[in-house]
Write a protein that binds this ligand. Structure first.
Ligand SMILES: Nc1ncnc2c1ncn2[C@@H]1O[C@H](COP(=O)(O)OP(=O)(O)O)[C@@H](O)[C@H]1O
Ligand SMILES: [Mg+2]
Length: 402
């Protein structure tokens, strides 16, 4: 029996671990948190802090794993690559893993390859920050160089905003580094690209809508297919594939994040080398019939990914509405009671819905990815009708706060 190692065993990994086992694989999972839900699902659970690569390598050797992967955890991507390299297993390589998780390294690579992207500068000190703003102008975006999930991401309107937020952005970076970028106004697009033997095949491109205000970076609605068309749609696919090649990914799943601007251009925000979180794998499954976890398992084991596993089987318009506080459908405050999702799931077109919330927790205004407390996925004949359905169904969620 073949064995795969999952690096990280949180909520996102749990289902993938179950799927790997159902497919007849033996699963070893590592996480530093003994309560991580994926550990209970695995054949072998190891309490290992995966930031300690040697410890993960040791566990991988001891259990004679044939492949290593993660799902949705950006911090695990360099670890997976390093473990694979050390054990001679299939992987994306540590250089590519670095370029696809460290925002400054990524921007430098993309710049060398001529991939369109915002102006940027690396920042470690307040002095460098002010110099960066001179180059980049206002509005700007400040973010940690190596974090994720919108932690420590700020929009800057003035030099005072830099003084106010630089500390918080640097604090989210394990290497105390931040990046300042030109703020690009436009429609955000999420791509999914499957890369095999150096050939990048775009799978989906969808709108990622965001709330106004402080949570400006949080994806709270996905709409498939994307609402751009014609030349800009072609350009978005071209830029996504160009970026993936520029970053050196030859086998893997890429998650390009783009901005489509009103002048018809497209700029790259970042490209991750993993299955995205935030229900993007569900999006791929419902919208195209492609199972990203199956693709990732095959790639981790060095198996061939046949065309029928990597190419869209169909094109089903859909929308995903995340459940958040205002302007989303959830109330803020301490949760007193949670109803069932029965009415939501019975709504026309709804194919999947979930609420991750328990009584006594506090729902806060939207600021981070983590403030999304559930989602509703609806399908329809058109993307906009799917969005209307997901919106309407999400209003049927019963949560009472005090
Ligand atoms: N230069 C930019 N211009 C406009 N919006 C941006 C820019 N950089 C980031 N954002 C917004 O912030 C979000 C998070 O930024 P990103 O670089 O993807 O960091 P993270 O690793 O936290 O996902 C993006 O998805 C986008 O909505
Ligand atoms: Mg991102």
């Amino acid at each position: 029996m073949e064995t795969v190692l999952f690096v990280g065993a949180g909520r996102h990994q749990r289902r993938a671990i179950a799927q790997a086992r159902a497919r007849g694989l033996r699963v070893v999972a590592v996480d530093r948190n003994g309560d991580a839900p994926g550990l209970a699902e695995a054949d072998v659970a190891e309490l290992v802090d995966f930031s300690d690569v040697d410890a993960v390598v040791e566990a991988a050797r001891r259990h004679e794993v044939d492949g290593v992967l993660t799902v949705s955890a950006d911090r695990a991507v360099p670890v997976v690559a390093a473990v694979a390299e050390r054990l001679g297993l299939p992987g994306i390589g540590t250089a590519t893993a670095y370029a696809m998780t460290q925002k400054i390294a990524m921007r430098r690579r993309l710049a060398e390859a001529g991939v369109p992207q915002p102006q940027f500068a690396a920042v470690r000190t307040i002095h460098e920050g002010h110099a960066a703003l001179e180059r980049v102008g206002f509005p700007a975006v400040l973010k940690p160089a190596d974090s994720g999930g919108q932690r420590g991401v700020f929009r800057l309107e003035s030099a005072d905003d830099l003084d106010a937020h630089l500390h918080a952005a640097l604090a989210e970076s394990p290497t105390d580094e931040a990046i300042v970028e030109e703020f690009v106004d436009g429609l955000e697009l999420n791509g999914l690209v499957i890369v095999g033997d150096g050939e990048a095949i775009p799978l989906t491109l969808s709108d990622r809508l965001r709330p106004p205000g402080i949570g400006f970076g949080v994806g709270w609605i996905h709409v498939y297919p994307a609402t751009i068309y014609g030349d800009q749609l072609d350009e978005a696919e071209r830029v996504a594939v160009h970026a993936v090649h520029a970053l050196g990914l030859r086998n893997g799943i890429a998650f390009p994040q783009l901005l489509a601007t009103p002048d018809g251009r497209v700029r790259v925000i970042e490209v991750a080398a993993r299955i995205p979180g935030g229900q993007m794998a569900d999006l791929a499954r419902h919208a195209t019939g492609v199972d990203l976890v199956e693709v990732a398992l095959r790639q981790a084991l060095g198996e061939d990914v046949p065309d029928e596993a990597a190419r869209p089987q169909f094109k089903q318009p859909l929308a995903i509405r995340f459940l958040t506080a205002a302007p989303g459908p959830l109330p803020t405050g301490r949760v007193k009671a949670i109803g069932t999702l029965e009415k939501v799931l019975a709504f026309p077109g709804v194919v999947q819905a979930e609420l991750y919330l328990s009584v006594g927790e506090t729902i806060r205004p939207v600021r981070l990815d983590g403030d999304r407390r559930g989602y509703v996925i609806a399908i329809a004949d058109t993307n906009l009708e799917a969005l209307e359905r997901a919106e309407a169904a999400s209003k049927l969620v019963d949560v009472v706060t005090e």
